[in-house]
Design a protein around this ligand. Structure first.
Ligand SMILES: [Fe+2]
Ligand SMILES: [Fe+2]
Length: 379
């Protein structure tokens, strides 16, 4: 430390004398200097280290990843180099380090203008399931209604599992240079982990076992894992799927037969609205730079629609459970009303998808068509 400090004070051409009492001083000093490309001269038992290119040798090939002012918007580069590795954005990276392979290294393919803002918003709105939800609130439901809630919770957990795993897959592929997007994905995954928890807890609140998981529902979710492009996956999962889920969770919040279900659905819906906003912001960004993405998004919806054509879509048990939850009772009038509410929900979902598609620049007729082709499983 003392030698480095003294060397930094030197002007070119000068040398410092190094004195010490350790018997190995000469050997250690020579080795230390050689690693740094510094010449050591021995004169009458004294050791002199000269400035000559100090620190320049080592850093001559080094490069900044982004700009040194890491906060400037222009500090974010269009392409992040594998050689930057996991260095902090703006750091001076020594040459000769390992190259990291991050498949998502182009700003066009990952960026979202709202990522930093939505990440901050997400942090400010985190909630603790233990304190935000009053699990002890007394309520009693008829057996059939409790069964319906359990079936819906079973369905929600499986959808949340997919919503957690799909972004997690892309997170590990993303170059850390785009840290705002990484942070937003990370907090989104934490949100989904919490959703899995609260729906699982409500499911078991009255000691019921989980309900049914259908092949059709799983096929729909599996197709989200098959989307290889981050933007396409965000579009299917967030813009279309989670957007539709916001409607579903708001519906469950309003029609919940018990206060716990109402609370957890309200809190989850707020998180989901943020996930949708992030998906919109990213797809909007990418579309502005790559008009061909429109075709890939369209093809993805159509292919998914064709692949799922043979499946049942939303399983009957979930549909009936939603009707019963909205009905609140097992009478002809109540079930009729519940059915009408669920049909209205499906209409609101389709209208919401259409509005988001139009916001992304799809013409009205195409937006209507694609909104209708979205999976009947909702996610
Ligand atoms: Fe979620
Ligand atoms: Fe989500």
């Amino acid at each position: 430390m003392l030698i480095l400090h003294a060397l930094r004070e030197l002007t070119k051409g000068d040398a410092i004398a190094v004195r010490g009492t350790h018997p190995n001083l000469a050997i250690d000093l020579t080795g230390w200097c050689r690693r740094r490309g510094l010449p050591v001269i021995e004169k009458q038992g004294e050791h002199y280290v000269s400035w000559r290119g100090f620190e320049r040798q080592r850093w001559v090939q080094a490069h900044r990843c982004g700009l040194s002012d890491a906060r400037a918007p222009s500090a974010i580069r269009d392409h992040a180099s594998p050689a930057w590795g996991v260095a902090a954005r703006g750091a001076l990276v020594e040459a000769g380090g390992p190259a990291f392979h991050f498949p998502l290294s182009d700003k066009t393919a990952v960026w979202a203008e709202d990522a930093a803002r939505l990440y901050a918003q997400a942090l400010a709105n985190q909630w603790d399931p233990n304190t935000a939800i009053d699990w002890e609130q007394p309520f009693t439901l008829p057996d059939e209604v409790e069964d319906a809630v359990v079936q819906v919770m079973t369905y929600l957990v499986e959808n949340e599992n997919a919503a957690l795993s799909v972004p997690a897959r892309f997170l590990s592929q993303m170059h850390p240079h785009f840290r705002e997007v990484q942070q937003m994905l990370a907090v989104t995954i934490a949100d989904e982990a919490r959703h899995v928890e609260v729906f699982t807890r409500r499911l078991g609140l009255r000691d019921r076992t989980p309900g049914l998981s259908t092949a059709g529902g799983q096929a729909s979710l599996k197709s989200l894992f098959d989307a290889d492009e981050f933007s396409v996956a965000s579009f299917l999962l967030s813009v279309l799927g989670e957007g539709t889920f916001v409607n579903l969770l708001n519906f469950l919040h309003l029609n919940a037969p018990d206060p716990v279900t109402a609370q957890i659905c309200r809190l989850a819906a707020k998180d989901e609205a943020r996930h949708v906003a992030f998906g919109m912001s990213h797809v909007e960004w990418h579309l502005r730079r790559d008009r061909d993405l429109t075709l890939r998004l369209r093809r993805a919806v159509e292919q998914r629609h064709e692949a799922l054509a043979g499946t049942e879509g939303l399983n009957e048990e979930v549909f009936d459970a939603l009707v019963l939850i909205a009905a609140g009772a097992f009478t002809v009038e109540a079930v009729e009303q519940g059915y009408r509410r669920v049909e209205q929900l499906k209409q609101e979902m389709a209208e919401g998808r259409r509005a988001r598609l139009m916001k992304l620049g799809f013409p009205p007729a195409e937006a209507t068509e694609l909104a209708a082709k979205h999976t009947r499983n909702f996610m």
